[in-house]
Write a protein that binds this ligand. Sequence first.
Ligand SMILES: [Zn+2]
Ligand SMILES: [Zn+2]
Length: 399
Amino acid sequence: MPSQEIYDQARDIQAWIVGLRRQLHRFPELMYEEIKTSQLVRETLDELKIPYRAPIAKTGVLATIGTGKKPCIALRADMDALPIHEEADVDFPSEVDGKMHACGHDCHTAMLLGAAKILKMREGQLPGTVQLLFQPAEEGGGGGKQMCDAGVLEEPPVEKAFGLHVWPLLPTGSVGSCVGTMLAAAGQVQIVVRGKGGHAAMPHYCIDPVTTAAKIVVELQTIISREFDPLNSGVVSVTCFQAGDAYNVIPPTAQLRGTIRALTAERFATLKARVQAVAELVAKANQCEAEVEFPGIDYPPTVNHPEVWQSVRSIAGPLVGEDQVHVMSPIMGGEDFAFYAERVPSCFVGLGVRNEEQGATFGVHHPKFKVDEEALPLGSALHACFAIESLAELSAGTS
Ligand SMILES: [Zn+2]
Ligand SMILES: [Zn+2]
């Protein structure tokens, strides 16, 4: 496969990719509000004469390159930003107060458009279809699920999917992923503890939800440490504890919020059930009531298919050097690429964007998060090579 040729082509259009990325970076939009972002994607696809279906999942775009027939593979980018005020040292900072592309989804969108440009030039040689998924709302909104529910993997049936995420722990010029579970199943929990408020000098006339909620916070910590296999672990982090607002008043309620995570769907279901039981029973033992909810959309674990990871390795190796293809350990972050990976054999890959000299060392979701843009053509090349190689393999297998 002419992977080096494709990488050269991606480097030739580096300025174009970086230009798109910077434009997106300056105008970040939060989940399901990706109006301008979606418009830029559609305008760019129009310029490239690539047909698309939109809107899907409110602001999503599904673009199609190739024959329109089987075999078919999917490449995915997410488009949403975060409610963070940018403090990064860049010449093109966010122009929207309180919003920032702090997870690199601007890069993901621009890299996929770069791949679109390369693949369109080779459309006549593609023995099948490439679906380009520009999805909204990765940051907790389950945009990937909505895209799947809208049928983006169905016509023609997608047989493999590939996604990239900028990875600030890896240096530019390297990639990383692993076989099996790469990212955790993740969800949110909210616990409202109801007691009886009153004068704080007379606690015996009250039922104190604050002490009860404090006991729940502590008790939740032993679910993981005492009930879970340490090698198949999970996370319960209570991140928010809200109760009264006076020195001398016991409030009637206290509210806890947090995140729960596990590396398998089964463990995640167990964790939810145990969090609920512990909260309710600790509350009851303290004469309170606990109302437990799991708001938002639970993300499944992101599980990479062995064969797809293998083909990613065989593509990335010659491009970046075998020693720059890292086998990563799973982390407890969540990703809604998981919804695609749950349905079709997939691989999610971390793209190195770390550059100490440029100060590109901060993690994602940090207000100073910065990306080494030299990595972007590699991302476009990986997308394009993955599409070309996978279609070649699939068409050889079915002929
Ligand atoms: Zn993120
Ligand atoms: Zn992200």
